[in-house]
Design a protein around this ligand. Structure first.
Ligand SMILES: *Cc1c(COP(=O)(O)O)cnc(C)c1O
Length: 392
């Protein structure tokens, strides 16, 4: 295990909780070591309206329940809820709001969340303001009577800016606003958002949490009972639920989350250092590097960075396209967080749904490349990058 230097220590008991919490064999009659997949859509009742526990599988399912409990535990929270995708989780969150309510969000967020906020939520009368969340005084001035939710991602995607979570949460608490943090990039192993005053932690489980690039799912985690009850109601009322088989898969993925994150972190840092010294690279954006302008802040709130970061290649669109096409081990594909290495061009792929003028402000140019460094052998990853640079 790599030394934590002056990053935060890894959360205590994390791997044990991921493997055991809410799934000891005594939990079910069969004493199975692995939590059973229950596929039944309905459950027999003792008498009308007297179920043992479950009634209908949209409202609750035993396999899903195990996953939701372990997700809550990993964030040191009371409650977890899963949804059919990461954006499904965000949709449920929007369901808590009324027409006329206002959301303030970081401007540099996941492209699909940007689209959901600006193209869909606005149709239902929800107001959205996108802001640079490092400018705290503008942020506080933008808050109005109807501001109900503040949404942040840290580091941001794809330009890797770090948000000061505690500073933001002090402001949201003062104004009685719900603070949501999308922790997809770091996972609870590297960032424990509740510790800094976050009310709801949001996940695309599709990424590191499942980690095997074979399930689309999302989650919301909270310790606030009122929020939990609202979201639990919406999960069922809006019908945004995952399948029992997918829940089983994600729960299985969580068993190796700690191991995988340590390897992602180590490999990505080595790739980032290699890129930083490469003459064909303009600039590397990785918050675990001392060259990152917010490296100190990043160290104060995380246990390190994951496998996803970005860099500017020298040259324009054509050079970037050539580089991405020549790579063999790094697959040219959207998404991130699986065991395999992926690479992509945000301006025309993951962030194509962000309006061009906004992309320009954020620095999402045609030479900004994002990679998701997997857990393959580091020598092979570097050799692949090297042959691609040589081809330029
Ligand atoms: C992928 C992703 C989402 C959306 O999740 P889906 O599971 O694809 O719906 C949200 N936030 C971040 C940071 C993501 O990377």
């Amino acid at each position: 295990m790599s030394s934590q230097n002056d990053f935060l220590p890894y959360p205590k008991g994390f791997a044990t909780a991921a493997i055991h919490h809410a799934q000891e064999p005594e939990e079910w009659d069969s004493m199975a070591i692995v939590a059973p997949i229950v596929t039944s859509t309905t459950f027999k009742q003792f008498a009308p309206s007297q179920p043992k526990k479950f009634e209908y599988a949209r409202s609750g399912n035993p396999t899903r329940e195990v996953l939701e409990k372990v997700l809550a535990k990993l964030d040191n929270a009371k409650y977890g809820l899963t949804f059919s995708s990461g954006l499904g989780a965000t949709t449920a969150l929007l369901g808590m709001l009324n027409a006329g309510d206002h959301i303030i969000s970081g401007s540099d967020i996941y492209g699909g969340t940007n689209r959901l906020f600006n193209q869909v939520a606005t149709k239902f009368g929800i107001q959205i303001t996108l802001l640079d969340m490092s400018d705290l005084s503008t942020f506080e001035k933008t808050i109005s009577e109807n501001t109900k939710v503040v949404w942040i991602e840290t580091p941001t995607n794809p330009t890797m800016q770090v948000v000061d979570i505690k500073a933001v949460s002090e402001i949201t608490k003062r104004h009685n606003i719900i603070l949501v943090l999308d922790n997809t990039f770091l996972t609870p192993y590297l960032l424990q958002p509740m510790q800094f005053g976050v009310d709801i932690v949001s996940y695309s489980l599709t990424k590191y949490m499942n980690g095997h690039t074979d399930v689309v799912m999302g989650a919301l985690v909270t310790s606030d009972e009122v929020i939990y009850n609202k979201l639990k109601y919406l999960q069922n009322a809006m019908g945004i639920v995952p399948s029992p088989f997918d829940c089983y898969q994600v729960n299985r993925g969580l068993k190796t989350l700690a191991l995988r994150m340590e390897k992602h972190k180590e490999n990505a840092l080595l790739v980032a250092k290699y890129l930083e010294n490469h003459p064909k690279v303009e600039k590397v954006l990785h918050p675990g590097l001392p060259s990152h302008p917010q490296h100190d802040l990043f160290k104060q709130q995380t246990s390190g960075h994951s496998g996803t970061f970005s860099f500017y290649l020298k040259g324009g669109l054509e050079t970037a396209k050539k580089f991405l096409t020549v790579l063999k081990l790094f697959a040219l594909a959207e998404s991130l967080g699986g065991y395999e290495s992926l690479i992509e061009l945000p301006s025309i792929m993951t962030h194509a749904s962000v309006p061009p003028e906004q992309r320009k402000v954020l620095g999402i140019t045609d030479s900004l490349i994002r990679l998701s460094v997997g857990i393959e052998d580091i020598e092979d990853l570097i050799a692949d990058l090297e042959q691609a640079f040589k081809s330029l």
